[in-house]
Design a protein around this ligand. Structure first.
Ligand code: HEM
Length: 404
């Protein structure tokens, strides 16, 4: 049993029971951040704040949403949007945040790829990040089912159909996932549970894991320089802040983070008030109708690149290509064979690989939105093949880089 002295203040009282000073030291005052980083390193904080916005707005929506196939559509489009005071605001915040969070996730991922932040002891940061990406995708998909509009219903139908695994005809698995032959009440109930309970819990646990994996290797820096954090921290603590290569997370770096977060929030609320419609598909403003298939079914913009990898091929090949696209990013730390942790512009062929991959994914996204006809389907096919080819050549070009 620890020795308790009479507490002289609330801080002292808490400190004796919660070790608040130690926590503050480990997580903030002596959590060292390299000086040589740019605004892209604030994207993690922007993501954490956006997730907070999703949680708070989601809790308000949950007070009026009805997870019932006969009531869900009206509870969203009538009760929340028209009857509940400021219900529209919470819905716009939730809808815009759900879309924007993926834009920031992609920027955050490509920053990591550009600067090689998945290397040299940082593999678990990358893998926990990818687990977050997959869980966020499941969270977005399950949320999309809830308004029970035309796109909710038919996207739910198409995506769950993928689990029949083409010629393997695993229809039993599809029915097990749906809880019925077609999406219905059981389907809506389970996606509701996933969206408001299980997946948010998993996301929070994964954010904790992601932060934990960052603590020992520390964040990377713009030059991929290996920093001796103890030595640099000693300089900082000795008052030689100008000479040290590091700053403290709080309040030095936090002040910069908050500047970027503020700029982001201005952009975010501009979208919420003036352009919320970009995050909402007009087809989903029609209630679900199992007898009327929409002319063109496509997912939200952030899933389009992987959807376009599935589409140009026959069912079986398409499913394999789609499965490949879902898992291959996990393997990045192991497929990049170069020990060189420099940024892409100092890495020869990898620089070309990076930009071709980025442009290719943008092309896939654009083609995924267009009907799969004529020139669009040809471009889509070549872009999908390029995506697969880029991953196959990655170990080869990065191995050559080592030999240079
Ligand atoms: C919503 C989920 C996420 C949150 C809240 C989050 C949060 C953070 C934070 C706060 C940092 C440290 C500061 C920074 O570099 O931005 C970070 C770093 C990092 N994250 Fe994430 N992240 C998320 C998703 C992802 C995803 C999807 C990936 C990619 C697979 C990823 C990969 C990384 C990497 C590689 C770093 C290290 C950057 C470096 O060392 O320079 N994260 N994340």
């Amino acid at each position: 049993m620890a020795h308790f002295t009479k507490a002289t203040s609330l801080h002292d009282w808490l400190n004796q029971r919660l070790a608040v000073d130690t926590l503050r030291r480990v997580l903030a005052k002596e959590y060292w951040i390299p000086k040589d980083i740019n605004f892209l390193w604030a994207m993690g904080m922007v993501l954490a704040i956006t997730f907070g916005l999703l949680l708070v707005s989601g809790i308000f929506l949950l007070m009026y949403y009805q997870p019932n196939v006969n009531l869900a559509f009206d509870s969203v489009n009538y009760t929340i949007m028209k009857e509940v005071e400021f219900g529209w605001l919470w819905r716009h915040i939730h809808g815009v945040a759900a879309s924007v969070v993926f834009l920031i996730i992609y920027i955050h991922m490509f920053t990591g790829i550009y600067y090689g932040s998945y290397k040299k002891g940082r593999e678990l940061i990358w893998i926990s990040g990818m687990l977050l990406f997959v869980t966020f995708s499941a969270e977005a998909f399950s949320g999309y089912m809830l308004p029970w509009g035309q796109m909710s219903y038919w996207a739910g139908m198409v995506i769950t159909n993928l689990f029949s695994l083409g010629d393997l005809h695993m229809n039993g698995l599809v029915e097990w996932i749906r809880g019925d032959y077609v999406p219905g009440q059981a389907f809506l109930n389970r996606f509701f549970m996933l969206h408001v309970l299980l997946l948010p819990l998993v996301i929070m646990a994964l954010i904790g894991l992601h932060f934990g994996t960052l603590r020992i290797p520390h964040v990377n820096n713009q030059e991929g320089e290996e920093i001796d954090f103890e030595e640099e921290a000693a300089k900082y603590k000795a008052g030689k802040k100008a000479e040290s290569k590091v700053i403290a997370f709080a309040n030095d770096f936090l002040a910069k983070d908050m500047f970027v977060v503020s700029v982001f929030l201005i952009f975010f609320f501009y979208l919420v008030f003036y352009h919320y419609d970009f995050a909402m598909d007009p087809v989903n403003f029609d209630p679900a109708d199992p007898l009327k298939t929409p002319a063109h079914i496509y997912p939200e913009w952030y899933f389009l690149w992987s959807y376009e990898i599935l589409r140009p091929f026959s069912t079986n090949v398409g499913l394999v290509a789609f499965g490949f696209a879902q898992v291959i990013f996990f393997l990045l730390p192991f497929l990049d064979k170069s020990p060189n942790a420099k940024p892409a512009h100092k890495r020869g062929l990898f620089k070309v690989w990076f930009w071709v991959m980025l442009v290719d994914m943008i092309i896939l996204t654009a083609m995924g939105k267009l009907p799969p006809e004529g020139i669009f389907s040809t471009i889509g096919l070549y872009a999908a093949l390029t995506f697969i080819g880029l991953w196959i050549i990655l170990p080869i070009i990065t191995k050559m880089e080592k030999e240079v």
